[in-house]
Write a protein that binds this ligand. Structure first.
Ligand code: F6P
Length: 522
């Protein structure tokens, strides 16, 4: 597999020229006036997701050059290497195969994909574990004595399942409550323990490594509470979801569901880490979630670049970050059930692409991951949209709207949809005749993702879309999207500081840390 970092391709300098000539004065209002077909030309359909990209600062020439940039960078080869199970996570020497978790078992016979045949053992393991996990989920669902499921995990072992359980609330089995404990702050676990009883609770200890200090601390405290509160039968009330089944057994948990080192933590909701979701929405619902993601995998794998939605979004990300210099993107889901979606995307994008060196370790001469942030609309409108409309920084917004509601309160959904359309319109159109403080500059870019309904399948497709768009920008930037060395230093220092908090030793510390440590002990 041969890839070329995007800044070393001929297309990169063409883009720079295009930006200098047309980028700065590019005006969306003029572009729409000049081209009545702009909406059609810049919108596309992918499985479960329709995307209107026409309100972005891009014309046909730049679009063509960005596609050329992708070709020259070797994006297709890199993508194919991922789908062939090559070890593209080079700093950890691991394959990257979260997509295999969504691959139907039937594809083993797929003549068109020889690479998949080499992964027959892995695919069999995936389906054996999936079947076992779904059988367990079905049994838990049928067990009325279990009323509360507590997931203890952090990062990818929390954000994915939590985001999805909240998003699919309309599909969740009545009579069971789901709790997510991630923070090592004891207030979080204590608040959940107040609400539950040992005999009616199932604890799921979710940790890829089974070493993460927050999760291990919470798991130990949960087990101690369970035993001290009269709980018996740990085997029935605790299950572990991990690649490190031996560590889970050593911890005293015998019910375990495993996965593999080729699944990154932030890409693991499709694995055993998705068990809370499987209990919540059932085996069929979880299979639909996987099927929606698989449909998006296939779209990303085979659709021509120009019609490939993850590619188009990833290219816009590069265009905005490296040519326009935009440093953030606001995520605006107009569905309250998607309230954890921005937090989920923060880990996905910023842990994957928040890197300052390329995969070979060479310093990058350009910006990488944008800051992602956001809240569900319309709440954000009454908080920070002021800045989006009139602030000095341009922040591209990515709206998500859902056509058909499941809640039936009259009038609400039309009003919600009116708001999302109006915000996208206002950002673009602006208003310069009101005078002074009341003027809006407009020409502020946005993308609009539209789902027909929020279902397990459409959520799966939406999340897989986001995974692949992160891959696209990361691939062009030459980054290894699948490691996260940047989280290590803080973990090491926390251990050392914990000891110092106990013994008061401040020797060798910087003045600020020493001062704060003394205050905390005082
Ligand atoms: O510290 C970051 C991280 O490694 C994430 O990548 C991961 O999702 C999270 O910690 C939790 O890790 P684990 O699932 O191994 O407990």
């Amino acid at each position: 597999m041969k890839t070329t970092r995007c800044d070393r391709t001929p297309a990169w300098s063409v883009l720079q020229q295009q930006f200098d000539q047309t980028g700065r004065p590019f005006d969306l209002r003029t572009a729409f006036a000049a081209d009545p077909q702009r909406f059609e030309a810049f919108s596309l359909s992918a499985p479960h997701v329709f995307a209107d990209l026409s309100k972005n600062l891009i014309d046909a020439a730049t679009q063509a050059t960005l596609l050329e940039l992708a070709r020259q960078s070797g994006l297709e080869q890199h993508r194919d290497a991922m789908f062939a199970g090559e070890r593209i996570n080079n700093t950890e020497q691991r394959a990257v195969m979260h997509w295999l978790l969504r691959n139907p078992a039937v594809a083993l016979t797929d003549q068109a994909r020889p690479a998949i045949k080499n992964l027959a053992t892995e695919l069999q393991d995936v389906h054996a574990t999936l079947d076992a996990m779904l059988a367990y989920a079905t049994a838990v669902r049928a067990d009325d004595s279990i009323t509360d499921v507590v997931n203890i995990g952090i990062g990818g072992s929390d954000l994915g399942p939590q985001m999805a359980v909240v998003a699919l609330d309309e599909f969740v089995l009545p009579g069971k409550r789901f709790h997510f404990v991630s923070n090592v702050d004891g207030h979080e676990l204590a608040a959940v323990l107040k609400k539950i009883k040992p005999e009616s609770t199932l604890f799921l200890i979710a940790s890829k490594t089974f070493t993460t200090i927050e999760t291990m601390t919470n798991a130990r405290s949960a087990k101690a509470w369970f035993e001290a509160s009269g709980g018996t039968d740990v085997a029935r009330h605790f299950a572990a979801l991990s690649t490190n089944v031996a560590a889970a057994n050593a911890f005293g948990i015998s019910t375990t569901f495993g996965f593999w080192d080729w699944v990154g933590g932030r890409y693991s909701v499709w694995s055993a880490i998705g068990l809370p979701l499987a209990i919540a929405i059932g085996a069929d619902g979880f299979r639909q979630f996987l099927a929606g993601a698989h449909a998006m995998d296939e779209h990303f794998r085979v659709a021509p670049l120009a019609h490939n939605l993850p590619v188009r979004l990833g290219l816009l990300d590069v265009w905005y970050r490296n040519f326009h210099g935009f440093t953030s993107r606001s995520v605006a889901p107009y569905h309250c059930a998607l309230k954890r979606y921005p937090a989920y995307l923060q880990q996905l994008e910023m842990e994957s692409n928040g890197k300052q060196v390329d995969a070979s370790g060479a310093a990058l001469p350009f910006g990488t991951s944008p800051v992602l942030w956001g809240e569900p609309g319309t709440n954000g409108q009454h908080a920070y949209y002021q800045m989006l409309h009139q602030g000095t920084d341009v922040v591209p917004v990515e709206f998500v709207a859902v056509k058909k509601p499941r809640a039936s309160l009259p009038g609400h959904h039309t009003l919600l949809l009116a708001n999302v359309l109006a915000q996208a319109q206002a950002l673009m159109q602006g208003k310069m005749d009101a005078g002074g403080h009341k003027n809006f500059p407009g020409n502020r870019p946005s993308s609009f993702l539209l789902l027909d309904e929020l279902t397990p399948a459409s959520l799966g497709a939406l999340i897989a879309l986001q995974e692949h768009r992160v891959f696209v920008s990361g691939s062009l930037w030459g980054i290894n999207c699948f490691d996260q060395w940047g989280v290590e230093l803080g973990k090491v220092l926390a251990k050392e500081v914990e000891a110092r908090l106990g013994n008061g030793d401040t020797s060798g510390l910087d003045g600020s840390t020493a001062g704060l440590l003394a205050k905390l002990r005082g």
